[in-house]
Write a protein that binds this ligand. Structure first.
Ligand SMILES: Cc1ncc(COP(=O)(O)O)c(C=O)c1O
Length: 250
């Protein structure tokens, strides 16, 4: 522990009071203790039979988080994942499986759409899900870094014309580069019309839902369309160690 502490002095200190340089935020003492406690007790929480109270704790937290986003808190769902990339991967696999199950189509024909400003983990998720990376279309952003709706509509239309099958749109609520929030209500409408899965990568901006100003900015994030998943990253704004939550009909 002493050796680790010595080496940490040579690292970028994201917990320093004046640090605003990049998305990773510092951690609260209480959050560190919670992590430590979980590691020390180290119970198996994969099944409710093996750790009923702890599984209930997780469910409650998911339900609170989901409720904060406007999902029905009486129907908690979702999973915590170890990172943002894994959360997006989970959503892409869920969307892919849903599409293949319903239509039994050729996987190489499935295409997805995300802003050119989306995090690179979206491309990684595509590859990991067995989809060709080229099948992820990059939608042009506007000057504020928000996904352009005209380009999105055009690309979906064009892909359908080519005989391909659009199945998912990944919107971002807080881009890594500019903090831009894609026009969520309009994107949700497009997805609804075209029967596409909408995944919102809210790794950065998601937790702003907890304040009134953020709630306004994130309007539309939980619009009840057929298939929607949202993920938020507790480490960015809740000052918790890195952990992610996905919510959706997985
Ligand atoms: C918008 C956004 N999405 C996804 C990620 C990926 O998160 P992770 O590095 O935990 O996989 C980040 C990381 O900064 C991000 O800013």
């Amino acid at each position: 522990m002493i050796a680790t502490a010595a080496h940490s002095d040579t690292c970028l200190n994201t917990t320093a009071p004046g640090y605003f340089g990049f998305i990773p935020a510092g951690g609260l003492f209480a959050a560190a203790v919670a992590d430590f406690t979980a590691d020390v007790f180290n119970r198996y929480t994969g099944l409710k039979e093996t750790a009923p109270a702890l599984v209930q704790l997780e469910k409650k937290l998911l339900s609170w988080l989901g409720g904060s986003f406007g999902y029905d808190p009486s129907r908690p769902g979702g999973v915590f994942t170890s990172g943002g990339s894994l959360a997006t991967f989970t959503a892409i696999v869920a969307a892919r499986n849903m599409r293949l199950r319903r239509h039994n189509r050729n996987i190489t024909k499935l295409v997805g759409h995300a802003s050119a400003q989306a995090h690179h983990s979206v491309k990684d998720a595509f590859r990991l899900a067995g989809l060709p990376a080229k099948n992820l279309r990059e939608i042009a952003p506007d000057q504020s870094g928000r996904m352009r709706l005209d380009d999105l509509r055009k690309r979906i239309w064009w892909d359908q014309l080519l005989g391909l099958e659009p199945f998912v749109v990944v919107a971002t609520a807080g881009t890594t580069n500019m903090g831009a929030i894609d026009p969520l209500p309009m994107i949700a409408s497009i997805c609804e019309q075209r029967r596409l899965w909408l995944h919102v990568d809210a790794a950065y901006g998601g937790t702003f839902i907890l304040c009134p100003e953020g709630k306004t900015l994130l309007e539309g994030i939980s619009r009840p369309i057929r298939s929607l998943s949202t993920r938020t990253r507790a480490s960015s704004c809740l000052m918790a160690p890195v952990v992610f939550c996905s919510r959706g009909p997985i």
